[in-house]
Design a protein. Structure first.
Length: 176
């Protein structure tokens, strides 16, 4: 029963997809094609992320992470969170396991949020693409608007989320 409860969303999705395929075969087959493509994309991206996470977890001691990105890290923690997030590769869902490892290592909650924001909006390849496709003015302006925006949003979220909720988030990250 616990297994059914845990995978209920997946099972409901499979049942709905089967029903859709019965009702409209071409639409159902296209839906399964999208699922297959997404699955293959995840199979290619997730293993390297988890290998890097394992190395991060082993090679970088908690004390170092706390020193450079922990509660007392100040501006250097913000800069590191932006740089690491901007240098990251892969889709946004790859940022969340990294964020969980950061939490296990004692990274300040605000810096975790900044890291996720940077991963989603300030990636270096995206910046280079924008430079060539949309022009340097656009790319630099967007970056100069996004970076303060990410920092402001992270601090606002940190203020709005209660200390108990943040502790619960860190506890959940520890249990992963």
């Amino acid at each position: 029963m616990k297994l059914l409860k845990r995978y209920r969303f997946f099972l409901i999705t499979v049942i709905v997809t089967v029903i859709i395929t019965i009702v409209n075969q071409s639409f159902g087959i296209r839906a399964m094609g999208v699922v297959g493509y997404s699955f293959m994309e995840m199979i290619v991206i997730i293993p390297p992320i988890f290998i890097l996470l394992g190395l991060l977890d082993i090679w970088i001691p908690r004390e170092i992470m706390m020193k450079y990105m922990g509660e007392d890290s100040g501006v250097k923690g913000i800069i590191l969170a932006i740089l690491i997030g901007s240098a990251a590769a892969g889709p946004l869902y790859g940022a969340f396991p990294v964020a969980a490892v950061f939490m296990k290592k004692g990274v300040k909650f605000t810096n975790v949020l900044i890291f996720i924001g940077a991963w989603s909006t300030t990636k270096i390849p995206m910046f280079l693409f924008e430079m060539t496709s949309l022009g340097a003015g656009f790319a630099i302006t967007r970056l100069l608007v996004n970076i303060p925006g990410i920092i402001i949003i992270a601090y606002v979220l940190s203020t709005l989320i209660s200390t108990d909720e943040i502790k619960e988030i860190y506890k959940n990250a520890e249990n992963l």
